[in-house]
Design a protein around this ligand. Structure first.
Ligand SMILES: *Cc1c(COP(=O)(O)O)cnc(C)c1O
Length: 385
């Protein structure tokens, strides 16, 4: 039997992608050239948003988005515990406190009921969050229209962590359009929907945020005379007007990203085919399959099943032993030792913890074949019997 390793996710690189990178290598600009702006324009257009700022990772994107939202010492950022640590760490980078809101047990996204309850209490104790980061887990949008309403009532900024979700839709329009948020962040890590190797992007419709993001990406430096303090000294002149970073993406990466954008819809359509096929093939097994909200169209970055707690570890180990690269998304962030040192304890966010104890991410990626999927299904069937 074919025993080749099947990862939970991986990139799909075409000859055209390779050629796009080679073309940059032969050009005048390896970084800070025209490929970055071209890539930004493509993604902004795709999302129906005004501005896009490409950076070297989604982690950097979350950091500068949080700063642009005005997050700093004495402020608080809230996110869901069922996410990668980067969605919370960005708050700590800014000197702010971080807190969590438990997840909805059906979507595994931030619970809007839980958010509202926590906001009511936070208002009473004068500790409202400055920024809330909803994470579109597995590629399925959070309930953004409800979240937007709460952001208006309670006065916080919203940064969507859409690291899983480029190519997905919410209420008929692309995720990233920022209809219900200030900014949206994408990741282009190779396991995500499209890739630039490492890379990320912030999308926004607000010019003030855009200008700030551009500066923060590159040392807090501006070459724009209208943004300077006093007069420009001449054409060579630049000013550092705040503390920024070198979070720039290269033209090599941006060219790969632009080329990948031309296949984004195809990638997501293929993920849907695979997800529907899993639904069909696993329907009779004692599992919870991913629930899909009719308000959205998932990008299906992940296909997560839930297995009862006593069997979960055994099933996971059996699949790994058979060379299936199953994974677990996510260990709740508040249970990480670093966050426990900050006072978080197990039991604080029970839905995220119970979900974590039962979840397994099955392989899903655009280049996955049906025979690979059949092998996953039959090994899973065997492990459950
Ligand atoms: C992958 C991921 C990130 C971080 O992305 P990088 O591009 O690797 O920095 C942040 N948030 C979520 C939800 C992710 O899945």
């Amino acid at each position: 039997m074919n025993n080749q390793f099947i990862p939970y996710g991986r990139q799909s690189i075409s000859e055209a992608d390779i050629q796009a990178v080679v073309d940059v290598l032969r050009s005048d600009w390896l970084t800070q050239g025209p490929a970055v702006e071209h890539f930004e324009k493509l993604v902004a257009q795709y999302c129906g948003a005004k501005y896009a700022v490409a950076v070297n990772s989604a982690t950097s994107a979350l950091h500068i988005a949080s700063l642009a939202a005005g997050l700093g010492t004495g402020d608080t950022l809230w996110t869901a515990p069922n996410t990668f640590v980067a969605s919370a760490n960005c708050g700590l980078y800014c000197g702010a406190d971080v807190d969590f809101v438990d997840i909805d047990p059906r979507t595994y996204n931030i619970s809007i009921v839980g958010l509202e309850e926590k906001l009511v209490l936070a208002r009473q104790s004068n500790k409202l969050p400055k920024v809330v980061i909803p994470v579109h887990f597995s590629g399925q949008s959070c309930d953004m229209s409800s979240l937007y309403k709460l952001s208006q009532d309670y006065g916080f900024s919203v940064i969507e962590d859409a690291s899983h979700a480029i190519g997905g839709k919410y209420l008929g329009t692309p995720i990233g359009g920022c209809r219900f948020s200030d900014m949206t962040v994408f990741s282009f890590h190779p396991v995500k929907i499209i890739t630039t190797g490492e890379g990320g992007m912030v999308i926004t419709n607000r010019q003030d945020l855009y200008e700030r993001l551009i500066r923060l990406r590159s040392h807090g430096i501006t070459r724009e005379p209208s943004l300077m303090v006093g007069e420009s000294h001449g054409p060579w002149y630049y000013q550092q007007v705040e503390l920024g970073f070198n979070y720039r993406i290269t033209d090599l990466q941006a060219a790969l990203g632009a080329s990948q954008m031309s296949r984004l819809n195809e990638f997501v359509a293929r993920r849907h085919e695979l997800a529907l096929r899993y639904n069909r093939l696993l329907g009779d097994l004692p599992l919870t399959l991913p629930w899909q909200d009719s308000d959205g169209y998932s990008a299906f970055h992940l296909y997560v099943i839930r297995v009862d707690i006593p069997r979960r570890k055994k099933v996971f180990e059996a699949l790994r032993a058979a060379n299936i690269g199953v994974n677990i998304h996510y260990i709740p962030v508040h249970t990480q030792p670093y966050y426990q040192q900050k006072g978080f304890t197990e039991g604080m966010f029970p839905e995220a913890e119970r979900y974590y104890a039962e979840a397994i991410s099955l392989p899903i990626f655009s280049a996955m074949t049906e025979s690979q999927q059949d092998r996953v299904v039959s090994l899973l069937r065997e492990a459950l019997s």
